[in-house]
Design a protein around this ligand. Structure first.
Ligand code: AMP
Length: 201
């Protein structure tokens, strides 16, 4: 959804998960620090993620362009640090989106997710399978499963979400920034509902 939104409204898209996976591929110092946590379904330390985001938020062109933060913040300390960074970068947080789905659907979406190792296109073996097994429709690349999308790690990620990320719901509700989007509908309908909730049609 972040990708689709950014593409449609030409927002910058900052996905902390994508950046961390890139750092792991490059075997950078940050990547080495993050890898173990990610493979076990834990969050990576706040300071590491905040340094990734704050550096990118300091780009002055974002004030014109706008930005979608994807997968960030995921803890209360990150949310507090985000406030500080936004003020320093002269940016305002307009909305925070909570995508809602039942536990079983989430498990199917995560464990069934496949990613093209060449172009990054996303599939799901249940909900949106490729035309031929294991092959990307768009570029013919091989489809892979993320290391943290196996069932055991997904269950851990859902637990971590409840403990560390769910408290953000009230944090942003109290500030009147939260919008909830029901995601047990088609991709197109989720996007339309998201755009309506954001009031950016
Ligand atoms: P995602 O691609 O958003 O599903 O994130 C994959 C993994 O990257 C998460 O399970 C965490 O281990 C790590 N990660 C991504 N974003 C954050 C964040 N904001 N705070 C801590 N860890 C994160």
């Amino acid at each position: 959804m972040a990708d689709l939104l950014a593409e449609r409204f030409l927002f910058r898209h900052i996905s902390t998960g994508d950046i961390l996976r890139e750092e792991i591929r490059e075997n950078s110092c940050r990547g080495q620090q993050a890898k173990q946590h990610m493979n076990q379904g834990e969050l990576v330390p706040d300071e590491l993620v905040v340094s990734i985001v704050s550096h990118r938020l300091r780009d002055p062109s974002l004030q014109r362009q706008g930005v979608v933060l994807d997968g960030f913040p995921r803890t209360l300390p990150q949310a507090v640090m985000l406030d500080k960074e936004l003020t320093e970068s002269n940016l305002v947080l307009n909305r925070v989106v909570l995508f809602e789905a039942g536990r079983e659907v989430l498990i199917q979406r995560l464990t069934g997710r496949r990613v093209c190792n060449r172009c990054g296109a996303l599939y799901n073996i249940v909900f949106s399978p490729p035309q031929s097994d294991g092959v990307c429709d768009r570029c013919g690349g091989a489809l892979m499963q993320r290391q943290d999308d196996n069932l055991a790690t997904v269950q851990e990620r859902l637990l971590v979400y409840e403990q560390q990320t769910a408290p953000l719901i009230n944090f942003y509700k109290q500030r009147n920034l939260l919008v909830c989007v029901q995601t047990e509908q088609s991709k197109e309908d989720i996007l339309l509902s998201l755009i309506r909730h954001l009031g950016i049609e």
